[in-house]
Design a protein around this ligand. Sequence first.
Ligand code: FAD
Length: 412
Amino acid sequence: MKTCDVLIVGAGIIGLSIAWQLRRRSHLRIVVCDRGPGVGAGSTGASSAICRYRYSADNMVQLARDGIGVYQQWNAYLGQTDTRAIFQRDGVLWMPGEDAGWAEREHTRLSALGVRTRMLSDRDLQTMFPALNPCPLCPDLATAEAHDCKAGNRHLLETDGGWMDPVSAAQDTADALRRAGVGLHYNTEVTSIRSQGGRVTGVTLGDDENIDTDLVINAAGPWCNAVYRAADVEAPMQMDPVRIQVVHLDRPKSLAGKLPVTVDMAAGMYFRTQNRGQQLLVSSVREEDERETVDNPDDFLTVADDRFRAEKVHLLQHRLRGFSVDGNVRDYCGLYTVNQVDVHPVVGPWALDGFWVANGFSGHGFKLAPAIGALVARALVGSCGDFDCAMDPAYLSPDREPIRADSRSVLA
Ligand SMILES: Cc1cc2nc3c(=O)[nH]c(=O)nc-3n(C[C@H](O)[C@H](O)[C@H](O)COP(=O)(O)OP(=O)(O)OC[C@H]3O[C@@H](n4cnc5c(N)ncnc54)[C@H](O)[C@@H]3O)c2cc1C
């Protein structure tokens, strides 16, 4: 480990994907260091790993398409036949609330961008997903008063969307890297990034070992600010770790049929199934639930608030016919890394020759990771025929103008 060509700080899904996309198209000597004890120590381990295509910016749709396309061909991408992770093509259903024209507008836009979508009537919904109540209204959470549910809206299904187990996907990538001879080191913290005359010369690790290299990539997720400090440079935009709550319950046996990944825009929540449909995972798409910044990513409240939990149960009772709590309601929290300037990631060279960054992925990093890996690898070593990403790297460049988005929440 004394010298390498590229050193990646962080073995979350972003660092691993960059390493694999570089390895697929070069013989660079790559080292990946992670301070955690194993796979999924950061945001990746808490991710809902939903793979949806819809973003308000067309470039983000393209990135999502390139990323999700890789997960759908996971074995071929990793050159293996025995991967742990399997893409769950459950579809992603958008329920747009009372905006009657939303589904049609987005159907037209996404179709033009090469995303397969279907508009669904209430009747279609009833046939395909009988447990879902199509009502576009949100329950009154303040008074808990019942309303008369409304009918007649249009919903949008991304037919190729879904999700994938994030820790299995990260483990698969780590295995592929190891098989290809890439050095992947856990319990290994990068404490200093050395430079001379504005050029990176290497890193120092927690045990004072030095590795010489002219290229370091900050893929440290919520710890990215400590890595900027270790390089003695400012972050390009303000990056804050933000606490995100997730509720987890057993799927009641009374719920009929299949459930897609559902984005309930009126209620401000999303949910999906997991463990062969036996459990439900629920979280928020509201901006107000993405404001609790955390000073120290090693020390934050990892259980959900009582109110958050109770609200999600209440909202599910409206959205899912026959829903009742069967068993325990459990919860956990993870961290988004939010770029407070424009809520989009920054990817590219920054501040020093040989210093690259890939940070600020909020609730998007899982689906984007293979495309981000391709973007970085293409810029560093050139294109390759497959699993590539054609997007102009300037779009996410750390010194870009802020990107405009419809929302500052995960729905950006
Ligand atoms: C609750 C939740 C739900 C989400 N849902 C979705 C979703 O549905 N779809 C989606 O696409 N995305 C989702 N995301 C976002 C996605 O999970 C993240 O954007 C993605 O995992 C970020 O990956 P990363 O590699 O940048 O960061 P991380 O996974 O945090 O990895 C960073 C790694 O860097 C290591 N590290 C830090 N500092 C150092 C150092 N100095 N030296 C060595 N190693 C270091 C850490 O140990 C860590 O393992 C969700 C996130 C959360 C928290």
